[in-house]
Design a protein around this ligand. Sequence first.
Ligand code: BTN
Length: 217
Amino acid sequence: MKIVYLKEVDSTNDFAKKLIDNGDEAIIIAERQSKGKGRLGRIWISEEGGLYFTIILKGDPEFINFLSAVSVVETLRQYNINSGIKFPNDICVDEKKLCGVLIEIYKGYVILGIGINVNNDIKIERAVSLKSLGYDINKFELLFKFLKIFFENMKKDKEKILETYKKYSITINRPVKILLPNKIIYGKVVDIDYSGIMLDIGNKIINIPAGDVIHLR
Ligand code: BTN
């Protein structure tokens, strides 16, 4: 697969769509994004030093979603960094966000966008970068380690990846508040699978496919 390296772009995910329109598949990496996109319509601040990349893929988006989070955690473990997955796919160190994943579906392709705070300065309290944690890591080395792990993991079956995802989950067994477009739900997360969170709301267990999860304790 070819690699496209850009000094600056609006969003590597949007650039991926242009490549798909031209019939190309690639991995796109940018030093900076002027319009980096996050989940739920948020912006992803993408200043110099961070790792911002997108992979154009074919496959099951739910599987790719969990697989990407598991692969980031496993990549960090190669540097002896312990991280965990906050549902659906935020990678956190000590409850603070280090990495985010944005998956989009376009013309039958899965656009997997990943942003990792590597050497960028962090200005918000609830986020960290590898630099702010005291690590000095080459982001391209990190990327290539990730790609190796990710494509190896892609050969594994869905059950195996789910099992590993749950092992690294920091959301399972936690009391949470989930913000949905029109309501807020409180409960305890009793399980997670490809259909989403299984939430115990006191009198029953309900399934929440997606949303903004806030850990309460
Ligand atoms: C989130 O946690 O809200 C998801 C953040 C995803 C950011 C990455 S950076 C590379 C790719 N291009 C984008 O515009 N967003 C994703």
